[in-house]
Each structure stands twice: as C-alpha cells, then as structure tokens.
Design a protein around this ligand. Structure first.
Ligand SMILES: [Cu+2]
Length: 498
C-alpha cells in the first residue's frame, strides 16, 4: 500500500513532518535510499499457482550440481507473468541460510536457462502486457545446487510460485511473448564463477568483473557478451550476484560507443554491510523498456566490494526478458535508461543468523605450539585433524612450520562415495566468533585459499580435483587462522616460525 501524506494533509504539514524527521531521525536519509518493493500484483486474467520440485535429499556437507528433467508445471498452454522461487522443507518451513543454502536453481526450458533462483530469491515479474510463452510440450529440466553447511542430512523442495494466464483467457491475446536471453560474466561455463580478491581492488575498494581483470578470458573471446541477432526490445532484467556483490550492470555497445542500460543493485539489510545473503536485488521498473538494434553488443558486468574480504567463486548474471515483436522502448544511445530499480522482496527471516557473536572457540594466537615441521593435517569427518579450534589437548594445537615451508592439508572426506569438499581459507585472527551468514569472512592478513578439495566433473563443479593442498611458502611468521568456505563452522590454525 502506498501512503502519500501530502495528498491527505496540507502540504505545509507534510513539509513540517519531513523537516522534523530529518532532525530527529539521524538515519532518515539512509532509510529514504531503500528502493521501493515491487508489490507483485496479480495481473488481470492471471492465477497464482504453486509448484514444487523434489524431494531433494541433502547429504551431510553436500555441495554438488545435479540436473533432473520432468517435474510439476501447468497442464495447459499459457503465459507465465511472474515467477517466485523458494526452498522449503516438507513441513513448509524455510531452512536457515546459515544451515542450508540454495546456491542455485536454474529452470531450463528446451535446454535454455530461463528462470533462476539463488539465495537472494529475486522474484521475476514481467511488466504489464508481457509474459513467457508456455506449452506442456516444452522440455523442462532443473539444474540445481543445494549446499549443506552442516553435517546432518535434510530433505527439501525447490518451490516456484507462478502467475499464469491460460491461453484460453481473453487477456492472453494481449500478451506479447518474451524469451530469456541469458547474460553471464562467465557465460558458456557450466560452473560460471570468478574470484573477486582484495589485491584486485581499484581506488574505491571495488573490483568490477571482467573490466578490472585484463586477462579475465585468457585471450579468448569475452564470455560476458551477446550480439543481438535481430532488432529487439528488452523489457525486464534483474541481476544475480553473491555476498560481497554490489551490483551487476548491463551495457550496450554500438560502433565505438558503450552505454549503461541498467544497474541491478544489491540492497543489503545485513547489519555488517555487503558481506552476506541478507540482500535483495533491484529489478527494472515496470515501465523500463530498451530498444536494441541487430548488431548491438550487450554485456554483463559485476562489481564486488573487495575492501574487507576476498570473495571466491563469485557470479554476475543477468537474464534478460526480450521480444523481437515491435514493443517500443527507448534507444539507449539517444536517452539514458539507467534509472533506479525496485527490489523484489523485503528482508527474509531465514537470513537472521548473522554470526560474529561472542567467541565460542579458543584464540589460537594464545595456544601453545603443536607438532613441529613435516606437518600434514588430515581433514576427516568435518574436522581439521591438527590445529582445529574444536579439538582440545595436543590435536588442538596449531602445527608449526619453519618460514619458507608449508603445512600440507589432505581432505580424507573427499572420497567419491562421500563427495564432501573442504577449503582452507584465510580469515582474520582470532576467527573464533559464532558462525553465521556474515561470519567468518575471507579477510586474513594475507589471502590464501585451497579451492574446494575434492573430486567432481571438471568445469561442472567447484571441485579442485585434488585432495591435497600446501600452504604458501612465503608467509611471514605468525599464527594463521583459517576456515572452510563450504562449512564455515570448521576453523583451524597453523603457525609459521623463523
Ligand atoms: Cu568443509
């Protein structure tokens, strides 16, 4: 519901209220910057339908990608005008994001990525008069990755609430069909990720991919671009990124001119800032339409805040709703189309456990030396075998290596039957506060990261396809704390001595 105080009371009173607010509420300005939330109204002739995919059985520590065909969807042809994804348990509750994490669900229609959900759970809403054409003959398949941050199994469903106008309705005749044009900063890769590291920070403490990474595509063609193969109108987009992400933006190049079409910004409710999934993305306003000519080159870019931490396996994706039917739209080379968007939902309660509370683990800088040199840490049953913060006595002491040598890590949980990946990722000492969506971060005094130790299909998972990793040999002396990016409750330390 919109409340417009000026139309109901005298304009003078409204001004007075605003002036008082500015005086009394120190954050009134910041609050005013929150983008409006799309009310998600049901279009005329549409019905809201609830579907679910599953059950998905989650194994302890799971972090793998699966593809499965054939699941619930409408039985008659029509138009999909709104798509709202979620992840629930059988009892209808939504699991906490610090326990189970919807890395992604991508709904493939006739082999093409069409709808998608990440933990930001953006709701995709076509502007009035547009919809995605659906027929029961389409081949639907689900590409999903649900990631278990803890060691107990679970069972979940991916849900998708669809607003649907059946073809038989008179309103369907006035719908212009759209298709999804997928733009991905790492397009063409089955696991389309890049790292955003602190060492890549520009003067503003940010890193834009691929713009700030000269060798992003290692001399190959840019993977973030798509050349329009016909004249078309883009009617909608919303970006996907990961924690640390500030915005994805869409550009168009015509000849030697490049313009920005839209910036999909992450709005964080996360008290610690741009460091967790407690965010929603802005989508294009419902009146936003951009006319693109055949030959224009569209590109997606992603900007991350790398001033506080490094972000591994990050993404920048913008699915575009496009139509080749004459649908109008501004020529972005004549008028700017990059105006503020609307967020698609408010804060979600599953993001309430932020972490960073009073330490429950020891401060490893104060713990006595563990075994010296020839140190090999075996990771087994979600525990770093030597120097784990969860162990006591000798196993709980940090292994010690001489400067210029390495601690060797081995992931014994990486046997194929178990399929459990672990990382050794630097976090700022003492790194011993409570686990949550915003803690710990990859914010050690120097960056190191093992990658996901374990095995899986190449280019299709995050698997490093090795089980062993050595710490960098050039670390200055000191006690180094680390965590597992996959299971952030796992913490440990090692020590480098002269
Ligand atoms: Cu792990």
């Amino acid at each position: 519901m919109e409340v417009d105080i000026s139309s109901r009371r005298s304009p003078l009173l409204a001004l007075l209220v605003l002036a008082l607010l500015a005086l009394v509420v120190p954050h009134a300005h910041a609050a005013a910057e929150q983008p409006p939330i799309d009310p998600g109204k049901l279009a005329k002739g549409a019905k809201r339908m609830m579907f679910k995919f599953g059950p998905i059985h989650i194994t302890p520590g799971q972090n793998t990608i699966e593809i499965k065909p054939n699941f619930e969807r409408p039985k008659v042809p029509g138009y999909i005008t709104r798509f709202k994804p979620d992840l629930i348990r059988a009892d209808g509750t939504t699991p906490r994001v610090d326990i189970l994490h919807l890395h992604h669900g991508v709904w493939l229609i006739d082999g093409k990525p069409t709808f998608a959900a990440g933990e930001e759970k953006s709701i995709v809403s076509s502007p009035p008069g547009f919809g995605l054409k659906y027929t029961p003959k389409q081949a639907w398949a689900m590409n999903y990755m649900v990631h278990n941050l803890i060691t107990s199994p679970d069972t979940v469903y991916l849900t998708y609430e669809i607003d649907f106008i059946p073809m038989g309705r008179p309103e369907a005749k006035r719908i212009t069909p759209v298709t999804t044009q997928w733009l991905d900063a790492e397009g063409g890769k089955a696991y389309p990720v890049f790292d955003a590291k602190r060492e890549q920070a520009n003067a503003r403490g940010r890193m834009t991919y691929p713009d700030d990474v000269p060798d992003a595509y290692a001399g190959g063609p840019p993977r973030n671009e798509w050349t329009a193969d016909r004249d078309l109108t883009i009617v909608q987009t919303v970006g996907h990124l990961h924690p640390g992400g500030l915005e994805t933006f869409l550009t168009a190049r015509r000849g030697n001119r490049t313009v920005r079409l839209f910036s999909s910004k992450a709005h964080y409710w996360e008290p610690a800032g741009a460091v967790s999934w407690d965010a929603a993305m802005t989508a294009t306003p419902r009146t936003w339409k951009v006319a693109i000519r055949q030959g224009d080159v569209l590109a997606v870019h992603g900007t991350y805040d790398v001033s506080r931490a490094s972000w591994y396996e990050s993404m920048a994706i913008m699915p575009l709703a496009v139509t080749a039917k004459p649908a109008g739209g501004l020529d972005p080379f004549v008028a700017s189309t990059d105006r503020p968007g609307v967020i698609t939902h408010g804060h979600l309660p599953e993001n309430d456990v932020h972490g960073g509370g009073p330490p429950t683990l020891p401060d490893m800088t104060k713990v006595l030396d563990g075994p010296v040199s020839d140190t090999r840490v075996t990771i087994s049953s979600f525990v770093y075998g030597q120097g784990s913060m969860s162990l006591s006595g000798m196993p709980g002491r940090p292994p010690v290596v001489r400067k210029g040598t390495s601690v060797k890590f081995f992931n014994a949980d990486a046997r194929k039957s178990r399929n459990i990946f672990h990382t050794i990722t630097a976090c700022k000492s003492p790194c011993n506060k409570t686990t949550g969506i915003a803690y710990p971060l990859a914010d050690g005094p120097v960056d190191f990261d093992s990658g996901e130790l374990g095995f899986g299909p190449r280019n299709f998972t995050a698997a490093a396809n090795v089980a062993e990793w050595d710490t960098p040999k050039d670390l200055p002396s000191g006690t180094y704390t680390y965590f597992c990016r996959v299971h952030p409750f796992m913490r440990g330390a090692f020590r480098v001595k002269d």
